[in-house]
Design a binder for this molecule. Structure first.
Ligand SMILES: *Cc1c(COP(=O)(O)O)cnc(C)c1O
Length: 374
């Protein structure tokens, strides 16, 4: 009774909120099965382990953990600004790019305003919008004609914008679908946006994208003061556990985000680890090469086995099993392989599988063949 009345004290939007469902943690399955060798292909993590340079940098700064980090993240911001050829004042650091998305939502949304995003878009956009109590205008996904099936339909996104809309969230490539928007269409969309709308392009998988007409979004910033690009050290840079992401925007937007940011949002190990990873381009190239070969390995197999896979430009693939994917997910778990069911996205027959090492990918494909009889 007492506990229930506490729930009623929360804002209605929080009472109805379902928390983010992470992939099943490797350690949890290892405990349950009593197995040492678990194959974790559930969270789009980098299978190479962290950059050795990042490990060394983190170890070297353990002895200053009594001190607060430099709250401005000066060194990391400076290195990012140099690498990206933008001004330091355009960069905002976050505890993962997830925090950046949250700062954006807290800066621009309130209960009488709305955010626009696509069906099957990264689920965090919906969670953040709901947590704030703002309205979500969800645009229908592409139908495979003008825009990729399951992907963002820019016309539908445009039509979902109203006078109360403050943010459009676009993931490019999108997770979990792997779908991708080309340069010309995206630029046209951004140029057509009304002045009261902030456009967030979430480029968590940017480093992996291998496409001729990859949008050069950085060059659009000068003429688009409402544009925010978000990127992360969690994927290709292999530091998901450290939690470092960043945005590039106009200095005015960065100033606003900085006002709502908590003072020491990046811990000191995260700041030095990310700085070292940024300088380890050898590691980054290896990550990308491993992803390219793993992607080929999976797509060749799917072509051969007749399983339906969506073209993906990230470090994961989404496939349609044409049957209850939860059962297949559970069978894979029993063999010590963790992938990601995405029924929570409204895709109950699909699975998302992260690209792992060559051996892990092969184990996953062998197990799938056995379960699916293909
Ligand atoms: C993984 C992911 C992120 C961010 O992750 P962080 O670890 O918080 O940086 C953001 N957007 C998309 C689409 C992702 O898949």
């Amino acid at each position: 009774m007492v506990a229930n009345s506490i729930y009623r004290l929360a804002r209605p939007s929080v009472q109805n909120l379902l928390p983010y469902q992470p992939g099943k943690p490797l350690a949890a399955l290892a405990r349950e099965l009593g197995l040492a060798n678990i194959i974790a292909l559930a969270s789009n993590e980098n299978p190479l382990g962290p950059s050795p340079k990042a490990i060394a940098a983190v170890k070297n700064s353990l002895n200053v953990l009594n001190r607060y980090p430099e709250g401005s993240g000066y060194e990391l911001k400076k290195a990012l600004a140099t690498k990206l050829d933008v001004d330091v004042t355009q960069i905002t650091l976050g505890n993962g790019s997830n925090e950046i998305l949250e700062l954006i939502a807290r800066t621009f949304l309130s209960s009488n305003l709305s955010a626009v995003f696509s069906q099957y878009a990264f689920i965090v956009y919906s969670l953040l919008t709901q947590a704030i109590g703002a309205q979500a205008n969800v645009a229908k996904a592409g139908d495979g004609v003008l825009f990729p099936k399951y992907g963002h339909d820019l016309n539908a996104l445009f039509d979902a914008i109203t006078a109360n809309t403050r943010i459009v969230f676009i993931a490019n490539p999108n997770n979990p679908t792997g779908t991708f928007l080309r340069s010309a269409a995206l630029l046209r969309f951004i140029r057509s946006l009304p002045d009261h709308v902030i456009c967030v392009i979430d480029e968590a998988y940017f480093e992996y994208v291998n496409a001729k007409d990859c949008p050069d979004t950085m060059s659009w910033l000068a003429s688009s003061p409402n544009l925010i690009l978000t990127r992360t050290f969690s994927k290709a840079y292999g530091l998901a556990g450290l939690r470092v992401g960043y945005s590039i925007s106009s200095p005015e937007i960065a100033d606003l985000l900085n006002r709502v940011r908590e003072p020491f949002n990046n811990n000191s190990l995260a700041l030095v680890g990310a700085l070292a990873a940024l300088k380890d381009q050898h590691y980054l190239r290896k990550s990308i090469a491993n992803n390219n070969s793993g992607m080929r390995q999976f797509t060749d197999y799917f072509k051969y086995s007749g399983l339906h896979v969506q073209q993906s430009l990230g470090n994961f693939i989404m496939l349609d099993l044409k049957r209850d994917a939860l059962l297949v997910y559970q069978s894979l778990l029993e063999q010590g392989i963790i992938v990601r069911p995405i029924a929570n996205y409204g895709l109950p027959t699909h699975l998302r599988i992260s690209i792992g090492s060559t051996e892990a990918n092969q184990c996953c494909m062998d197990a799938l063949s056995e379960i699916m009889h293909v």
